[in-house]
Design a protein around this ligand. Structure first.
Ligand code: BGC
Length: 809
C-alpha cells in the first residue's frame, strides 16, 4: 500500500529476503528501476524536483487532491436544513469520498481538511484547520475523556480592523498561531479578507473592512503574527466572495479597475507584505469563470505580478473542473474527491493536461510540506496556554470597540453608579463570534452580566432571572461542539413589560441594553429584524429610555453585532452607544473594561454605517439577479464602495468610516510636509497631543484627494494610518508618514497601468472620512506610470458603472 495508515506511520514496500538469489535480484532491481532507487530518497529541500520526477501519476494525483472530509450524519442533516433555508440548495451536493482515506484516523479531529501522505517519499499528511477568529477543532475527542482541546475565541475580524492597530492584530495572530502549532496543525484557514461590499453579507464578521488598505494591512499583520510560529495561513477567499447567497455559483460581473483597486488590492498588500504560505480561491465566478479555474487570477496576477511563492487551494468543494483548476495554478483541491483524481489522471493520459503543469502543482504542494511543522516532526503539546491567550483576546477586544455616542460624558460609568438594570438577551448570552466555519469552540464565553459583576457592579436580579429563563426556553439545543457547523438561529429579543422597566428604573442607577446579532456561513442577513431592529428591540429602547430618563438615569446601548445595522431611527434616544462587535470569549470583561474606563475606547469604524440600507451603492445589486436565485451580480458601483461612494456622491451617513469617540481629546499640531519629488517621496509629520484628562490612543487617518485626468477619482481615499501609543494627559507623539507615487496611483484599464496623474494632491488628516483636522497640498509635476500590468479578468460585456458628479473630477 502506498499511502500511509496515519500521518506519521509509513507503510513499507515489501522487500524480498530469500537467500542469495533474491539478493542479487534485488540489487538488479535497485540499479535498474528508477522508481525503486527514488524510493531510497525522502523528500528534502534540495531534491524536490527529483522526487516529482520519480512520482507515478497516481502519486501526483494523490498529492494535489486532499483526503476528503467526513461529515457525520448529524452535521449532514444540519447542512441540509441550513441549505434548505437558502438558495445554496440549488447548487450543493456532497460528492462521493475516498472511503479508505476517511478510515485513516485524523491527527486533529475536527480540522477542516488534510492532504495525503506518501510513505515512499517521506511525505506526511498535512492538517488544515479553520478559521479566522481562532482554531476550529473538536474540543472533545472520542475515547479521550481525560483531555479537552478548546481553542481561544478571539474577537472577530470586524472588531480587529476597528482597532486600526496592526500591532494589536499581530499580537492576536501570534497567540492564535501558537494554538495552531500546539494542536499539531500545519495551516490555519484564514484570515478572511473579502471586502465588505454590502452590510447583509452573512460572513462580514470574518472580513475586515470596506476599504482595501485597512483590509490588506490587517491581513498582513494577522498572517505575520500567525506565521511567526512556523505554521501557515490561507488568506481567503480569493476573490469577490462578497455574499453567501449562491456563493458556490454566482457570477460576479465586475470591472478590472474595481477588481484591481478594491477587491484584489487587500490580497496584493497581504501577499507582498507577509507572504502567506497559501491562498484559498473562492467559490464564485468572476466575469464568467470560477476563480479557482482562472489562470489570469491565480497565476498572472497572483504569481507573476505580485510574486506569490506559495500554494493555492480551493475552497471546500469549490469550482467544478479539476483539470481547469490545475491549469489555472490552483495547486490543491480541497477537501478532495476521487472524481477529481480520476479527472486529472484521465486528462494527463489523454494529453489534455500537460504533465509539466501537474508537476508544477505538485511542487507547490511539496514546498508547503517542506515548510510544515509536521514534516519537521515539530513537537506539539496539545496544551496551548489558553489563559495567556484569553488575556490577549480581552485586551484586543477593548482596542477595537467603537464608542458611537457619549452624550454628556455618560461613559465611563460614573463612580456613584452601583446598580445596573441589564436588558437584552445578548447581555446574558453574549455572542462571541459568528457561525459556520468561522466558529471557535472556546472553553467559555464571559457574558456582559458576568463582566459587570466582576467589575464590582450589582445587576438587577429580577431581570437576570427572567432573561435566563427565557434564554433557556428559546435557545434551541445547545450547540454541539463536536459537530455543529451551522449555528442555531439567534434568540429573538425578549419583550419586557413597561411595569417591569419602570420598576427597574426605580431600583437601579442606570440601564444597559445589549442588542445582539449572529450570522455566518451559508446565508446572508435579512433586512427585517436583522439589519433593521425588530419591533421588540425598538420598543425596548424607547421604553427603557423613557422610564430611566424620567428618573434622570442614563441609558447605554451596547451593540454585540458582527456587521452593520440600522441605527438612525433610534440613536437619538440612548445617552451612549458602544459598538462592542462580536468580541470573543472574553467579551463581557472587555465591554466592562471600556464601560468603566479601565480602557479608553480607541476603535474607529472600518466600515460606514449608512442612514438607510437603500443608501448603500450595492443595495440594488445584492445579492444579484434573479433575486430569488441569483445567477449573477453586477458590481455596478465600480470602485465607489463604502466611504468612496458616500463622500463622492455626497450622501449623508449615520456614522462615517473612521469614526469613533474617546474619553479624552486630542490636538494635532505642526503638520509638516517635505517634498522630494525627484525621489518620488512626500514625507509628512504631525504631532498629536492628548489634551484631555484620561490616557488614550488616537488613530491618525491620512486621506488623499487626487487630481483627475483621464479617470474619475473618489473624493478622497485612505492612504496611510497610524495609531498612537497610550498617551497620558498632556503627552504628545509625532507620527511620520511617507507617500510615494505608487500610493497615489489609480488603475487605468485602457493602459493596463497604475498611473499617478500630474497635478495638485490634497492631503487631509482626518478624525474620520468626513471630518478633517488639518490639510496640506503638494504637486506632482508630471504623470508617473508606477506599474504596467497585464490586461486580465475582463468582463464579458461592458458594465454601466456609477460615476460621481462632475464637480469631483
Ligand atoms: C468555507 C471556508 C472554510 C472551509 C473549510 C468553506 O465552506 O468557505 O472559509 O475554510 O469551508 O471549513
Amino acid at each position: 500500500m502506498l499511502y500511509s495508515n496515519s500521518y506519521l506511520q509509513w507503510t513499507h514496500q515489501p522487500v524480498a529476503r530469500k537467500g542469495r538469489l533474491s539478493c542479487i535480484c534485488l540489487l538488479l532491481l535497485i540499479c535498474c528501476n528508477p522508481l525503486y532507487s527514488a524510493a531510497q530518497q525522502k523528500l528534502n529541500a534540495s531534491n524536490l524536483k527529483e522526487i516529482v520526477h520519480h512520482m507515478t501519476l497516481d502519486e501526483k494525483v494523490h498529492t494535489v487532491v486532499g483526503m476528503g472530509i467526513y461529515l457525520p450524519p448529524s452535521v449532514m442533516e444540519q447542512l441540509r436544513r441550513a441549505l434548505h433555508d437558502t438558495s445554496m440548495l440549488h447548487n450543493f451536493h456532497l460528492p462521493p469520498m475516498d472511503t479508505n482515506a476517511l478510515k485513516i484516523p485524523e491527527k486533529v479531529p475536527g480540522a477542516a481538511g488534510r492532504t495525503y501522505a506518501n510513505a515512499r517519499f517521506g511525505i506526511p499528511s498535512l492538517t488544515l484547520s479553520d478559521g479566522p477568529a481562532g482554531v476550529r477543532i473538536n474540543p472533545i475527542r472520542n475515547n479521550d475523556s481525560s483531555h479537552t482541546y478548546y481553542a481561544t475565541a478571539f474577537p472577530v475580524a470586524t472588531l480587529l480592523a476597528s482597532s486600526w492597530d496592526t500591532g494589536c492584530v499581530y499580537a492576536v495572530g501570534k497567540a492564535m498561531g501558537d494554538e495552531v502549532k500546539n494542536y499539531g496543525i500545519d495551516v490555519l484557514l484564514g484570515p478572511g479578507m473579502n471586502i465588505q461590499r454590502n452590510p447583509l453579507c452573512g460572513r462580514n464578521f470574518e472580513y475586515y473592512s470596506e476599504d482595501p488598505l485597512i483590509t490588506g494591512m490587517m491581513a498582513a499583520a494577522m498572517v505575520s503574527g500567525i506565521q511567526s510560529n512556523g505554521v501557515g495561513t490561507s488568506i481567503k477567499h480569493f476573490a469577490c466572495n462578497n455574499q453567501e447567497t449562491n456563493r458556490n455559483s454566482v457570477n460576479v460581473i465586475v470591472s478590472e479597475r474595481a477588481l484591481r483597486e478594491i477587491y484584489l488590492r487587500g490580497f496584493e498588500i497581504a501577499v507582498k507584505q507577509a507572504q502567506p504560505w497559501t491562498v484559498m480561491s473562492s467559490y464564485n465566478k468572476i466575469n464568467g469563470t470560477y476563480t479557482s479555474e482562472r489562470h489570469d487570477l491565480l497565476t498572472t496576477v497572483l504569481r507573476d505580478e505580485w510574486g506569490f511563492k506559495g500554494l493555492v487551494m480551493t475552497d471546500w468543494f469549490g469550482g467544478h473542473d479539476a483539470v481547469a483548476q490545475m491549469q489555472a495554478g490552483n495547486d490543491l483541491l480541497m477537501p478532495g474527491t476521487p472524481l477529481q483524481m480520476q479527472a486529472i489522471e484521465q486528462a494527463v493520459r489523454e494529453g489534455k493536461l500537460d504533465t509539466n503543469v501537474l508537476n508544477h502543482n505538485v511542487e507547490n504542494v511539496l514546498r508547503l510540506v517542506l515548510h510544515s511543522p509536521t514534516f519537521h516532526h515539530e513537537p506539539y503539546s496539545d496544551h496551548p496556554d489558553l489563559q495567556a491567550h484569553a488575556r490577549v483576546a480581552r485586551w484586543a477586544a477593548t482596542q477595537g470597540m467603537v464608542l458611537l455616542k457619549n452624550q454628556e460624558n455618560t461613559l465611563p460609568i460614573s463612580h456613584n453608579i452601583h446598580r445596573i438594570a441589564l436588558f437584552g438577551t445578548s447581555a446574558y448570552h453574549l455572542i462571541p463570534g459568528g457561525t459556520g466555519s468561522g466558529t471557535v469552540h472556546a472553553p467559555y464565553t464571559i457574558s456582559l452580566d458576568k463582566g459587570l459583576k466582576d467589575a464590582g457592579f450589582q445587576t438587577d436580579a429580577s431581570l437576570q432571572t427572567k432573561y435566563q429563563q427565557y434564554i433557556q426556553t428559546h435557545n434551541p439545543a445547545p450547540r454541539n461542539p463536536m459537530s455543529a457547523l451551522f449555528g442555531a438561529p439567534p434568540i429573538p429579543e425578549m419583550p419586557v413589560s413597561t411595569d417591569e422597566i419602570t420598576r427597574a428604573a426605580a431600583e437601579n442607577d442606570m440601564a444597559i441594553l445589549s442588542i445582539g446579532r449572529e450570522s455566518g456561513e451559508g446565508a446572508d442577513r435579512h433586512l427585517k429584524d436583522d439589519y433593521e431592529l425588530s419591533d421588540t428591540e425598538q420598543a425596548l429602547i424607547s421604553d427603557i429610555c423613557r422610564a430611566f430618563h424620567a428618573m434622570h438615569k442614563p441609558v447605554v446601548v451596547v451593540l454585540n453585532i458582527g456587521g452593520v445595522i440600522e441605527t438612525a431611527s433610534w440613536s437619538d434616544k440612548p445617552d451612549a452607544i458602544l459598538l462592542a462587535w462580536q468580541p470573543g470569549e472574553e467579551g463581557g470583561h472587555a465591554i466592562a473594561d471600556v464601560l468603566t474606563g479601565k480602557e479608553n475606547p480607541s476603535g474607529r469604524l472600518a466600515v460606514t454605517f449608512p442612514l438607510h440600507y437603500t443608501d448603500e451603492p450595492s443595495a440594488s445589486n445584492f445579492p444579484g439577479t434573479p433575486p430569488d436565485n441569483p445567477q449573477q451580480v453586477v458590481y455596478q458601483e465600480g470602485i465607489y464602495v463604502g466611504y468612496r461612494y458616500f463622500n463622492s456622491f455626497h450622501i449623508p451617513v449615520a456614522y462615517p468610516f473612521g469614526y469613533g469617540l474617546s474619553y479624552t481629546t486630542f490636538r494635532y499640531d505642526h503638520l509638516q510636509l517635505t517634498s522630494h519629488p525627484e525621489q518620488g517621496r512626500w514625507e509628512l509629520t504631525v504631532t498629536v497631543t492628548n489634551t484631555g484628562k484620561r490616557p488614550g490612543r488616537e488613530v491618525v487617518q491620512l486621506y488623499v484627494h487626487a487630481p483627475a485626468a483621464h479617470l474619475d477619482k473618489p473624493e478622497m481615499e485612505l492612504k496611510k494610518f497610524a495609531k498612537t501609543r497610550l498617551l497620558a494627559p498632556g503627552q504628545s507623539q509625532t507620527l511620520h508618514f511617507v507617500l510615494t507615487p505608487a500610493d497615489l496611483a489609480s488603475f487605468d484599464p485602457a493602459r493596463s497601468a497604475w498611473v499617478a496623474d500630474a497635478g495638485t494632491y490634497r492631503v487631509y488628516l482626518g478624525k474620520n472620512a468626513t471630518e478633517y483636522v488639518a490639510s496640506t497640498t503638494f504637486e506632482l509635476p508630471k504623470e508617473v506610470v508606477t506599474e504596467r500590468v497585464h490586461q486580465v479578468l475582463q468582463p464579458q460585456q461592458p458594465i454601466q458603472e456609477l460615476h460621481p458628479p462632475a464637480s469631483n473630477e
